[in-house]
Design a binder for this molecule. Structure first.
Ligand code: G6Q
Length: 549
């Protein structure tokens, strides 16, 4: 069954939210805390090892009620069932969206075209497990008998960002294998990665759902050529494996069928790290840890599917985005992890969120008359405090931010961890409270400045505050808690798409890029000049050709 199509702006709750917005838009968060001493408790969701405090958001109970009404009016419940049940909710590509099936329990049933897909999911998982163990334990060695020391994941977009982010985030749990990622078609990228590698001890994992992506195939071909300079053709089967839906093209590339890890077209690239696309994750942290990652995601799936909307973390989180994006006209959202391990997390979410919800046509094929996908950005705190935080504190834009922190550090340095987390808490507090004129004046006391100088300086030192943040506090960064966190954002993306009445699971904008470059490439590599470019593009191409060696 297809997803319903409701223009959210025509609902009663949207109108209610518009009226309500007028009454709340200038209210300061400080006042909201003052008027309700129980606010923090009431707006915090404790679930498993997650403590999610929504209270520093510019909402009241009434706001939440109206937002939940909106979710009900667009029939979010029905959409969630369709999502988990394998309905063709990616209608523009005629596909189901079933990354949740990849982490479902073995005894569950999810049907696509009348067939339960779970047994096959578990067959592939078994293959990942056996292969991981044989490489990690030194049973699958290189052609010359040496044990593997390095893994190179060759893929781009969804076939790179998820595995790269997870491997980096979970480096604490890593085994002896060094994992590298080659994605950019920029030849300097793969050459930098392989320059210190020994082909005899390196395993290459080519990841491409379609196995037609220019970047990945170019990198794979060049790396194979490099490899064949040291080892014979028959060595390929020991050193190259692939993850794809396109088995025939992988075989044509020269990879044995046994070395192919299949994936299904109902797994979208940017949601595919849970599938065989996660092979380099499994190789790098071990299969058990990979399984824990999947289990964490499954637990979040269950929470999302079963919790009432008012205690449902992904639902509330998505509704807040709608609130800021469509009523406060906020354009971006920041993701600030207070852990260096999640260094790549915002980059990863940029793809998930912006590729999914960067759409201007609704599910009825009409151009939307309201804002959809937000701009996502972020870097770990505390580093970002020394960089772009100034703009969040005193700029002219409203930037809701998710603060993500962990109670326990992995290496146990409590002194550093307390410093790190005191920054997390202090920032959310300061963003909310700001600094009043009276507070600045009090700070000025005892400072060697004339009254006139103080008055001059005063406006620059005032912080309005009222900057919304959501505090996500998790016990410890583990494969399982990371699985929960990623799945939380995946479901947030889904809810946003349902409310904005768009299709979140296609990516025609990405495909456009794949087509466009092909024509120009022909012009660059020979003297063909077939296409009619605008003056600027033509000049750029000509200048490049004249000056490139
Ligand atoms: C993800 C996108 C895109 C895709 C890459 C790689 O959702 O579709 O980022 O993952 O373009 O595609 P292949 O895996 O087919 O090489």
């Amino acid at each position: 069954m297809a997803l319903k199509s409701t223009n959210p702006t025509t609902t009663k709750s949207w109108k209610k939210l518009q009226v309500h917005f007028e009454t709340i838009k200038s209210t300061h968060l400080k006042e909201l805390f003052k008027s309700n001493p129980k606010r923090a408790e009431e707006l915090t969701i404790k679930w498993d090892d997650f403590y999610v405090d929504f209270s520093k958001n510019r909402i009241t109970k009434e706001t939440l009620e109206a937002l939940i009404e909106l979710a009900n009016e667009v029939d979010l419940k029905d959409a969630i069932s369709k999502y988990f049940d394998g309905d063709i909710i990616n209608a523009t590509e005629g596909r189901a969206v079933l990354h949740t099936a990849l982490r479902a329990q073995e005894n569950s049933e999810v049907f696509v075209d009348g067939e339960n897909v779970i047994p096959e999911v578990y067959e592939v998982r078994q293959k990942i497990k056996e292969f991981t163990e044989s490489v990690v334990n030194g049973n699958h060695n290189g052609y010359t008998g040496k044990t593997m020391t390095d893994i190179v994941n060759i893929g781009i977009g969804g076939s790179d960002l998820g595995p790269a982010m997870v491997v980096d985030s979970l480096q604490f749990y890593k085994n002896h294998l060094n994992t590298h990622f080659v994605s950019n078609v920029d030849g300097d990228h793969y050459i930098e990665v392989i320059k210190n590698l020994n082909p005899e001890t390196t395993l290459f994992v080519i990841v491409s759902k379609t196995f037609t992506t220019q970047e990945t195939l170019s990198n794979a071909n060049s790396i194979r050529d490099w490899f064949l300079k040291s080892l014979p053709e028959e060595a390929i089967s020991k050193h190259f494996v692939a993850v794809s839906t396109n088995i025939e093209s992988v075989k044509t590339f020269g990879i044995d069928e046994d070395n192919i890890f299949p994936m299904k077209d109902w797994v979208g690239g940017r949601f595919s790290l849970w599938s065989a696309v996660g092979l380099s994750i499994s190789l790098s942290i071990g299969y058990e840890n990979f399984e824990s990652l999947l289990l964490g995601a499954h637990k979040m799936d269950e929470h999302f599917k079963t919790a009432d909307f008012n205690t449902n973390i992904p639902v509330i989180s998505a509704l807040l985005t709608v609130w800021y994006n469509n009523f406060f006209n906020a354009e971006s959202e920041a993701i600030i992890p207070y852990t260096q391990y999640l260094n790549q997390f915002a980059t990863y979410l940029q793809q998930g969120i912006m590729e999914s919800n960067g759409k201007y046509v609704d599910r009825s094929g009409h151009v939307v008359g309201y804002q959809t996908g937000t701009i996502i950005w972020g870097e770990p705190g505390t580093n970002s405090q020394h960089a772009f935080f100034q703009l969040i504190h005193q700029g002219t834009k409203l930037i809701p931010a998710d603060f993500i922190g962990f109670i326990e550090p992995l290496h146990g340095n409590k002194d550093h961890h307390d410093k790190l987390m005191s920054n997390y808490f202090a920032q959310t507090e300061a963003l909310m409270n700001g600094k009043t004129e009276a507070e600045v004046l009090a700070e000025f006391e005892g400072v060697n400045l004339s009254d006139e100088e103080k008055q001059k300086l005063l406006p620059f030192k005032i912080f309005e505050g009222n900057k919304p943040t959501t505090s996500i506090l998790i016990q410890k960064l583990t494969p399982e808690s990371l699985g929960k966190l990623i799945a939380m954002y995946e479901h947030k993306i889904f809810v946003q798409g349902i409310i904005w009445n768009i299709y979140s699971y296609d990516q025609f904008g990405v495909e456009l890029g794949k087509q466009l470059a092909k024509t120009i490439l022909k012009e660059l590599s020979n003297n063909e000049n077939s296409a009619h470019h605008d003056g600027s593009t033509q000049n750029l191409i000509d200048f490049y050709k004249e000056n490139s060696k």
